[in-house]
Design a protein around this ligand. Structure first.
Ligand SMILES: N[C@@H](CCC(=O)N[C@@H](CS)C(=O)NCC(=O)O)C(=O)O
Length: 231
């Protein structure tokens, strides 16, 4: 295949961008990383042109053509660079993996976003829903996965959920001041799994620093709470 240039528009603190970086590195794909330096106030012309619909990162640009939405990007990467498959080839298994990816995005990622940006009753209700979703995930991991969702090696769902170590730890500390997901009594298998994921070199070496991320997420939390208080 003709080698086309690969670019990634990203943001250092984004878990959605991190999963794409992990996939590119796991596959050994060379790419140029372009940080969206002022994503909230002043999006770059390249981002606006590449993702005019949601104007969000990550965007992968392959041979000049943009691909948006992180899960879509992971699937694209897996199809184009088909060595070291991330998704199973069997259609049934692939459908199951996609089901859990959707569950993870809707029930965990969205919930974590709400937990970060809420307080009081809203926060309490969201935490309950989040814990219930984690109960379901804990059971799935316990019953159906080996070391990783991908088997003995890391795969698509591990990348999709890989943010849940560092990002959740910080979000829970900032918003709730207590352990939720890292409760090893309620979620023993989840915690064993996330430890294994964080132990993979490509993941470990491509995580933001905890201090920097905490400072940034606290800033986002305070902005969101101030906005809610005004409106
Ligand atoms: N569903 C999207 C979510 C991406 C997302 O939320 N990106 C955030 C950064 S973490 C963003 O670009 N926000 C800019 C904005 O909301 O204007 C994906 O999976 O790619």
């Amino acid at each position: 295949m003709e080698k086309k240039e690969v670019k990634l528009l990203g943001l250092w603190s984004s878990p959605f961008v991190a999963r794409v970086i992990w996939a590119l590195k796991l596959k050994g794909i060379e790419y140029e990383y372009i940080e969206e330096k002022d994503l909230m106030q002043n999006k770059s012309p390249l981002l606006l042109e590449s993702n005019p619909v949601s104007k969000m990162v990550p965007v992968l640009i392959h041979g000049g053509k943009p691909i948006c939405e992180s899960l879509n990007i992971l699937e694209y990467i897996d199809e184009v660079w088909s060595d070291n498959r991330l998704l199973p080839e069997d259609p049934y298994e692939k459908a199951i993996v996609r089901f859990w990816a959707k569950f993870a995005e809707e029930k965990l990622a969205e919930s974590a976003r709400t937990i970060l940006t809420s307080e009081g009753e809203e926060l309490e209700n969201e935490v309950k829903q989040f814990e219930e979703a984690l109960d379901i995930l804990e059971k799935e991991i316990k019953d159906n996965i080996k070391k990783f969702f991908g088997g003995e090696t890391i795969g698509y769902l591990d990348l999709v959920l890989g943010w849940s170590g560092l990002w959740l730890e910080i979000i829970e500390e900032l918003s709730c001041g207590k352990k939720i997901s890292s409760d090893t009594h309620r979620y023993p298998t989840f915690n064993r799994w996330i430890e294994d994921v964080n132990d993979v070199n490509i993941i470990k070496e491509n995580l933001p620093s905890k201090d920097q991320l905490s400072t940034y997420l606290l800033y986002i939390r305070n902005l969101a709470l101030a906005y809610k208080a005004k409106n």
